[in-house]
Design a protein around this ligand. Sequence first.
Ligand SMILES: C[S@@+](CC[C@H](N)C(=O)[O-])C[C@H]1O[C@@H](n2cnc3c(N)ncnc32)[C@H](O)[C@@H]1O
Length: 217
Amino acid sequence: MNTNLQNYYIHCAEHYEEMYQRPESQTELAGIAKQLQHLLKNRKVLEVACGTGYWTELYATKANQVLATDSCAAMLAIAKAKQASDRSGTKKIDYQLADAFTEHNGPFDACVAGFWWSHIKRSEQSVFLHTIQKICGSGTVLVIFDQCYVEGTSTPIARTDSGGNTYQIRRLPDESRHEMIVNFPTDSTLRKKLAEYAQNIRIVRGTYYWLLTCVLR
Ligand SMILES: C[S@@+](CC[C@H](N)C(=O)[O-])C[C@H]1O[C@@H](n2cnc3c(N)ncnc32)[C@H](O)[C@@H]1O
């Protein structure tokens, strides 16, 4: 568990969804929402690191059932509050406090993780994929999406560790500063990492975000 990361999300929960308000990224975000609704339609979905449930409630209207997990109670509390307001589709969602490397009882035939891959240490990415494979099984659709590094817009990389992980120092409205792991993989790195666990790997890369779909072996 990355304690800096946990600490950051505890403090940023209230403001987290502001990142989805930027005018320049609205077209790409709408594209991701459309893709999720299409790919997860009629599926039993495991969502890892669901945060405030921003994407969960967008695709849950199409999915059969959703188990959405996150290790930050403050982020999950926001997701649950939306559910309590009973928007369409949210009754299908079970929100649970859990680490991304925790095993769950399925069955699932889809797994989605948004803006989570960048936070996994390169040395732990295979462990994560192995865990998902073990939980969900062969034939499961895996959807991963995350941010691209945009020169002049993204928070600069503060350092790179000996494992090749990159870190940013993010500031929150309360002026607190948090160093956190944020990796920006190339398509080729993603393909190499996923190849052992999945087939039919497709990656769509926009200016601000990339989205990978594949089928678990
Ligand atoms: C960038 S947010 C993404 C939230 C949501 N998926 C979205 O796209 O809006 C990253 C999330 O990862 C969660 N997280 C951090 N470490 C985690 C861990 N070890 N296991 C599960 N979730 C974790 C944080 O609490 C946070 O909600």
